[in-house]
Design a binder for this molecule. Structure first.
Ligand code: PAF
Length: 279
């Protein structure tokens, strides 16, 4: 595997490649990321991964400085997956001058759920993803459904900017007890780790209620948040949305059986976890 940090060298290395499959990451790779690499391999060749902890998508009081950086362990894992190039730019490589041009995400999708609780997050994500796409010029790029709203944001951006990159969705990878794998799980204490699957259980409880015909959305969301709060969580949201645009379903949508997804974000101690479940 070639490890490249400069944009120019990356372009040279990939010139002439028409079927590149790309997996952008922020490192601290776990089995979930590796499953993205394997899916990428099915959709293109060569597989290119990136590791870049993108300052632009972190708020001032978020965990940019303490975000886990485990470069050598990540390299070993990517080698084993047969990744062709690891693009690992420094901040100077990617932001040699202040990034004054930024993507402006649409209001409806950008200001709800994660966008409401992490102002500026999606501007940061879409800006770096656009820039990484411009460096790698992939035919396909793989994003996990764990970050459901991010996946939709990137897919819509790619379509609206007519980017030549097809976005592929990968299923969420879970531990045996249901907890979605995430780099941030490593912040959890032993006791918090034992409690953490409650988030997924709560999504399942909501999904089961909806499946069995309980359609008072507000009441379901409210009860799920209260239950988590009673267990010591600080929920930001548990929200039932339409799969196609992540907006709240109207009575008409529910009557017509619009596909739904329930999404959650909640803090356990100081660790903020997100998860979702398609209904
Ligand atoms: O999901 C992530 O790890 C990041 O948001 C991404 C897509 C690599 C952009 O920095």
């Amino acid at each position: 595997m070639k490890i490249i940090s400069s944009v120019e060298e990356l372009r040279d290395q990939l010139s002439g490649q028409l079927r590149t499959a790309f997996v952008p990451t922020m490192g601290n790779l776990h089995e979930g990321h590796l499953s993205l690499m394997r899916l990428a391999r099915k959709h293109g060749d060569p597989v290119v991964a990136s590791i870049f902890v993108n300052r632009l998508q972190f708020g001032p009081n978020e965990d940019f400085d303490k975000y886990p950086r485990t470069f050598q362990a990540d390299v070993d894992k990517l080698e084993k997956e047969g990744v062709y190039v690891l693009f690992a730019p420094t901040e100077k490589d990617l932001y040699p001058e202040p990034q004054e041009f930024r993507v402006s995400p649409p209001q409806d999708l950008g200001n709800t759920l994660e966008g409401e609780f992490r102002p500026g997050f999606f501007t940061g994500v879409t800006t770096i993803v656009l820039k990484l796409f411009s460096c790698v010029q992939p035919k396909v790029a793989v994003f996990g459904k764990k970050d459901y709203q991010q996946l939709m944001m990137v897919r819509n951006m790619s379509r609206q900017f007519a980017l030549p990159t097809q976005i592929i969705a990968a299923e969420t990878w879970r531990a045996d007890d249901g907890l979605a794998l995430s780099s941030r799980n490593m912040y959890l204490s032993e006791a918090e780790r034992a409690e953490a699957p409650a988030l997924y259980q709560s999504l399942n409880a909501v999904a089961n209620e909806v499946r069995s015909g309980h359609l008072d959305i507000f009441q379901l969301e409210h009860k799920a948040m209260e239950d988590l709060a009673r267990r010591g969580w600080k929920p930001d949201y548990i929200s039932i949305r339409k799969q196609n645009d992540l907006q709240p379903p109207t009575a008409g949508d529910l009557a017509q059986g619009a596909p739904l997804v329930v999404l959650a974000a909640a803090k356990l101690g100081t660790t903020r976890l997100i998860d979702n479940l398609e209904i």
